[in-house]
Design a protein around this ligand. Sequence first.
Ligand code: BGC
Length: 732
Amino acid sequence: MNLYKNANAPIADRIDDLMSRMTLEEKIGQMIQLPAKEGIVEENYIDRIYDWHIGSFLHCTGKAAEEIQRMAEKSRLGIPVIFGIDAIHGHCFEDKGTVFPSQLSLSCSWDRQIVKEMARVTAKEVRACGIHWTFSPVLCIGRDARWGRVDETFGEDPWLIGELACAAIEGYQGDSLDSEDSILACAKHFAGYGEATGGRDSFEADVSKRKMLSIFLPPFEKAVKKAKVASLMTGYQSNNGLPATSDSWLLREITKKQWGFKGFIVTDWDNVGSLYKKQKVARDLKDAARQGIVGGNDMMMSTDSFFENALQLVQEGTVSEDLIEDSVRRVLKIKFEMGLFDDKRHIPTDRQSEVLGRPEHWDVALDASRESMTLLTNNGVLPLQDMKNKKILLTGSNGDDVIAQLGDWSFGSMQAGHANETYHREDTVTLRDGLKKTSEKYGFDFEYIKGADVLDNGFDETDLVKKRAKNSDYIIVCVGDTIAQHGEGHDRSDLSLTGKQQKLLEVAKASGKKLIVVYIASKPLAISWVKENADAIICCFNPGAKGGTAITEVLLGELNPSGKLTISFPYSAGQIPVFYNKYTGWHSDNEDGKERYIDLPEEPVFSFGEGISYSRFSYSDLKVLTSSIKKGENPQFEVTITNISDVDGTEIAQLYINDVVSTMTTPCMNLKGFHRVDLKAGMSKTVQFTVDWDELAIIDADLKKIVERGEFEVWVGPSSIREKCLKSSFWY
Ligand code: BGC
């Protein structure tokens, strides 16, 4: 038996043996990933399994994947194919898959554990369909709400993104990649993609090396070093004039050399082709292939021309075969680690129906929806009480719209094609469903009128709402956006509520009845009117299939909301960028009440970290346990949190640090720790924070990471709003 086929031999020896048998063509094939459409690989790509020795397909699933795996098994060396998919908030491309809240929604839980559980469930469902790899999590920084993909991020803070991303990666990858419950994670989009100018998806990003090292790389570094992510995906955009795809400083110097990344890097969709076709940094497709390889990408997604061009480049000596070999070894290593050469090559397809959407998976999804619920304002109207014989009027199309509720990547994607609208209908509980189901139990009367559509299509039922409002006690208006208004290449220049939604809100308000707003959207929109006029606002973003149940529970007080925002809400698109960890400039700090914009406040409508609950909490006794630290020492703090209400609840306590004087301008404060604290009514708890020494570092003018001597301020409290935090300081 060939050594590489021996399951008991060390992986390194198996790779050496296999590499020694592979032709150049077979090696290049391992560096190619081709697409399927709606789960099926097209005919001409099927032929490529043998003539290009294709190493990977994306979006091919179930029986079709198994067929391809069997074909690959019959190839000369029988190298298994690796399949990837965008299962980014559950295995949503499958109708029966469990659909979780979007990454943005789930991030509001600030709960590593629930993020990990989401990933575990997803891994089980994905692997049962014969797929080995998800293109998740997204580590982009959501600082520009105009961008169509903000929903895919964990929000605006690099540190929190790193923490939640590690939890997701650990969940996907499990303890061992050869488990039938584990899949590869892919940290994307590497790096700076969310910073594209003006929120225009995949445009040029103004990211210097210092900015890259200070803001965009830290979450990825954590994903590589701490969570051992198996793969990274290069972004579409250019940073400072250089496409991420051809950036060998980023991919080779930083990632592979300095961080010691042992996994492999896949490009985004036809990134290599676009070096020539769109970004115009390559003379032709061959030059593009050269840049892709030299840049440091190990697998090229959906670039048909790569095979021939790579072959020629090596044959003519333009590209060293060593570079090809390094990439192929990385890909093969993962295939061996996953057991794909051995007993894990084939996944019995009958497992699929048994694993997808198991009741216990939906339990996790419901918990995730619950934890994502973020109460932004409440003048005492919530939770609804004494509901017997009361009347609730629910209006707004998002109150009963599965697609708007589940968000992007739930019904397919631009790449994989959208499935039809019945997808996930059976498993989804909208707010309308949730309220209808509970109305009997609580004895209230419930009516739903669509009232206004999210889209500008002339639909207008506001007169009917006006009429019905008269007989109602509470009006719940569900506002937000829908799938046509976000996603790849769907950016917005205007963040106002669209369609007749604003009119609907005003009609509801004019009725004089209690106005509760439920916010279901992919991103923060300009809702300052809602803040001023609603009696309560529940922010859900895209809360997943069980969102309607969770929202109903919050409304009726069965669930005490605990989410906190991970992204700021702007007054208007003109206020962007607006995020809490801003740099303080010269004409700033609101001296004498001065704002920077003459027509807008300086602060956002809602800030990072904000969120209230039915409990009330107070903070006291902030102690710096290490008032002066030595080099390498981790500063420690403690604070006491008290539930000063008579309702049990959960508070997310946040810790921010500021390097008071440094050689470079730095953000005014940065999140460096948090605790989710469960507190019974009237109880207190003292919690400790330890901040890693490394987290105190800045990137200096020479691009060196350094902790500079001096004073550091620390704030601990319920949000990034400094006035609400306790403050202290320590020295290094
Ligand atoms: C997206 C990626 C995604 C890939 C495969 C691209 O257009 O930018 O996030 O993983 O398609 O579907």
